[in-house]
Design a protein around this ligand. Structure first.
Ligand SMILES: *[C@@H]1O[C@H](CO)[C@@H](O)[C@H](O)[C@H]1NC(C)=O
Ligand SMILES: *[C@@H]1O[C@H](CO)[C@@H](O)[C@H](O)[C@H]1NC(C)=O
Ligand SMILES: *[C@@H]1O[C@H](CO)[C@@H](O)[C@H](O)[C@H]1NC(C)=O
Length: 450
């Protein structure tokens, strides 16, 4: 495949593969032809250039909600990853590709009936190849503009008026000033809450819970927290992502750290390197954002996580210099809760949390959230920033849930990556049962190999 110069220019200018591509579910759903090179590579295979000689050609039909069939009738599954990419799993192989686009975050055109480049490998993560996909039906080019907020070059300032208002109109949660955030620019704060987000045409409707699921959930504890299961803590310490849009990495490492503790009864207490992912992953955009599914899932399966000492966190898009002699930790399985992007709901989250361990969740950070001090957060709407096409921007680790004894209000408990002095010792609680800020729709699970 030819990569036009305009795309290469964007890569060079940003120093990282920043991907301002927007393709919706219905753009990708349909029949594709995947052209694949020979299957002799390993996980160092670089697919970001022109496609080599084509050895395999497959036709896959992607359908609702997550089924895929080849032309022999073999079946598999597929999922969108937000509106930025898609993964197809069929015939013992896994394919991931970014759709084709031209432009940058200020203005771009997505051509959703072809891919930019993709990696394919078998289920055991061997026999890698590169591929490119072309859809058999036309999809009109999609123009996107201004999803990277063009923020004035100035320092973030605390707004005491907003804080007072939050504290006067409701009692569910309290707000306070964080003067330490005034060292950040507006753009830094934008990155701390997730960075550039991809719009969705419409929000997915969460699936309706079956009677069986509701019956199982009713048997689970009313309050649960992985920091204290019969007096034992399975969650690693709170970290700080600083002024880098790397929340998706911190949510991913935090999940694998916690699930390793659970799997080994705290024999393994790893502290994984977020910088390794920020600097070395071709599946994400470093400090400009990325997705938990591709990091806690695909990257952790393909490349594995290393100890933080193998590449210390700098919160910058520096070149990859991870110590390659470091041992790596892999995951055996990963999935969106419910089986595909947008396929989960809050009942499923309760069951999976208790049965399997902490998981990565995403939600939308409104500006009142920066000032969260404690209590059960809900979006106050005090600033006019309703944006229905941006379902989520920030990723965190879900560790528990409960019911407030005095008010009966239900909540989720999440570990943030804004340091231990933010919120409730680095954690926050957020309203449960109403899909607050879309927290219920995009959960990711992955199973580490101890
Ligand atoms: C898989 O890779 C091995 C070498 O690593 C090679 O011998 C084998 O032929 C490959 N299998 C396929 C189906 O290409
Ligand atoms: C994609 O669709 C456009 C029409 O919008 C068409 O011009 C183009 O040829 C198609 N590309 C492929 C690879 O099918
Ligand atoms: C853990 O929970 C139990 C029961 O709620 C409580 O008595 C205990 O103090 C908690 N331990 C810690 C370390 O918070």
């Amino acid at each position: 495949m030819l990569v036009p110069l305009v795309v290469l220019a964007v890569f060079t200018a940003y120093g990282h593969a920043d991907l301002p591509v927007t393709c919706y579910y219905e753009d990708i759903r349909g029949t594709w032809t995947f052209s694949e090179t020979e299957r002799l590579g390993d996980n160092t295979l670089d697919c970001e250039g022109p496609l080599g000689p084509v050895v395999y050609t497959n036709t896959f039909t992607l359908d609702f909600p997550n089924t895929v069939k080849d032309d022999l009738g073999n079946e598999g599954t597929w999922t969108m990853i937000s509106s930025q990419g898609f993964e197809v799993n069929i015939n013992e192989r896994s394919y991931f590709a970014f759709p084709y686009y031209e432009g940058n975050w200020i203005s771009s055109t997505s051509y959703c009936n072809r891919t930019l480049y993709g990696w394919s490998r078998d289920k055991t993560v061997r026999n890698w190849s590169c591929f490119s996909g072309e859809k058999t039906t036309a999809v009109p080019p999609r123009l996107s503009q201004g999803y990277k907020a063009i923020l004035p070059d100035q320092l973030y300032r605390e707004d005491q008026g907003l804080i007072n208002k939050i504290n006067s109109i409701q009692t569910s949660w309290t707000a306070k000033s964080y003067p330490e955030n005034e060292k950040y620019t507006l753009h830094d704060m934008f990155l701390r809450s997730g960075g550039p987000s991809n719009p969705q045409e419409s929000l997915p409707t969460p699936p309706v819970s079956s009677e069986e699921l509701l019956a199982r959930v009713s048997l689970l504890p009313e309050n649960f927290d992985w920091r204290n299961v019969s007096g034992v803590n399975y969650v690693s310490d709170v970290k700080d992502q600083a002024s880098c849009g790397s929340c998706y990495v911190f949510a991913s490492t935090a999940m694998i750290e916690a699930r390793l503790r659970i799997a080994t009864q705290n024999q393994r207490q790893d502290d994984f390197s977020e910088q390794d992912v920020v600097s070395c992953s071709a599946l994400s955009q470093g400090c400009d954002g990325g997705f938990k599914y591709l990091i806690a899932g695909r990257y952790a399966q393909d490349q594995g996580f290393v100890d933080s000492s193998c590449n210390e966190y700098t919160a910058t898009d520096e070149p990859c210099d991870t110590d390659q002699s470091c041992a790596r930790t892999y995951v055996s399985e990963y999935s969106f809760l419910g089986g595909y992007y947008g396929g989960s709901n809050e009942d499923m989250m309760i069951e999976a949390l208790v049965m399997n361990g902490p998981m990565g969740v995403s939600y939308y950070v409104y500006s009142d959230f920066y000032n969260y001090n404690g209590g059960i957060y809900h979006h106050t709407g005090l600033r006019n920033e309703f944006n229905p096409h941006l379902p989520t921007n920030h990723a965190v680790l879900l560790v528990g849930y409960g019911v407030e004894p005095t008010t009966g209000e239900k909540y989720w408990t999440c570990k943030n990556s804004w340091g231990a002095s933010w919120g409730e010792s680095g954690y926050f609680r957020i309203r449960r049962g109403t899909n607050e800020c879309n927290i219920g729709s995009f959960s990711v699970e992955a199973t580490p190999i101890p």
